[in-house]
Design a protein around this ligand. Structure first.
Ligand SMILES: Nc1ncnc2c1ncn2[C@@H]1O[C@H](COP(=O)(O)OP(=O)(O)OP(=O)(O)O)[C@@H](O)[C@H]1O
Length: 259
């Protein structure tokens, strides 16, 4: 389990995260929603150790995140941030292989190459493996970075340890087919003893995929629970300043929102 207790974080007197506590369970697909500037990406940075809170602590299992050696963290935790450009001129295969860096010393093994290829295949990008990463479209870049984090958390058959996957708007550049393909894939991964924390803006995707929703507003958690519990008419009006209408999906019966 991931446990965050009373996290607060400010920059120059600006409170970006205000006394946030939460538990994230392995096996549970958590989606994080909220308006622009609510603090979603900042919360992700605090939960992954990219930023250090002025107040509060983050625990991975029974260990404080700050006490876990970075080499260990690199094998249990993967992060996809919103920034997709790279400072170097790398091929697609080389970008995905970055996800395997925690596992080899100088040269990737045959297994590392196989895992990288499999992850590219999983996101529909295997045929691009020799292309220059910089030459890809925005959506193609996003898929390659997804393959990189999948390669980083790839499990060996006897590995049952908890893994932690953090994705900041991973489908923002993807067409509707790949939005669903990637979220289905991530849901399958969550079921394999993985803590999954995914920031999205699409409320209907949360109704469809999320097992837990965290709705953020103004540096705090506005609501946490199932999508039906959290994404209510009152909450959406209060947080997004928009009146929603709810329909019922004709086949699945789940809630669908229109505005
Ligand atoms: N380095 C910084 N200095 C000052 N303010 C910052 C800094 N980084 C972020 N902020 C502010 O903190 C707030 C939260 O930012 P954050 O990126 O966490 O929002 P978000 O919920 O992820 O938004 P979005 O949906 O637009 O991506 C924003 O108002 C942002 O302008």
């Amino acid at each position: 389990m991931l446990r965050a207790e009373n996290l607060s974080f400010q920059i120059g007197g600006n409170r970006l995260i205000d006394n946030v506590s939460l538990n994230l369970l392995p096996g549970e697909f958590t989606m994080v929603l909220g308006p622009n500037g609510a603090g979603k990406s900042t919360l992700l940075k605090l939960l992954t150790g990219t930023e250090t809170p002025q107040q509060g602590q983050v625990w991975y299992g029974d260990q404080l995140l700050t006490s876990i050696p970075l080499a260990t963290q690199a094998r249990q935790k993967a992060v996809l941030s919103q920034l997709l450009s790279l400072p170097f001129d790398l091929s697609v295969a080389e970008v995905v292989m970055m996800g395997r860096y925690p596992y080899f010393d100088l040269n990737p093994t045959h297994l590392d190459k196989q895992i990288a290829d499999d992850c590219l295949e999983a996101v529909g990008m295997f045929s691009f493996r020799t292309r220059a990463f910089a030459s890809l479209s925005g959506g193609e870049k996003q898929k390659v970075h997804l393959a990189r984090v999948l390669a980083q958390l790839h499990r060996q058959p006897n590995d049952t340890s908890v893994k932690y996957l953090f994705l900041d708007e991973p489908i923002s550049a993807l067409d509707i087919h790949y939005q669903h393909q990637i979220l289905s894939l991530v849901r399958e991964l969550a079921a394999e003893n993985m803590v999954v924390f995914v920031i999205v803006h699409d409320i209907n995707l949360a109704f469809q995929y999320a097992q837990k929703v965290i709705l953020m507003d103004q540096a705090r958690i506005y609501g946490i629970g199932s999508a039906d519990e959290v994404l209510t008419e009152a909450a959406i009006e209060a947080v997004f300043k928009l009146k929603p209408y709810f329909l019922t999906h004709p086949e699945t019966g789940r809630r669908v929102m229109i505005c």
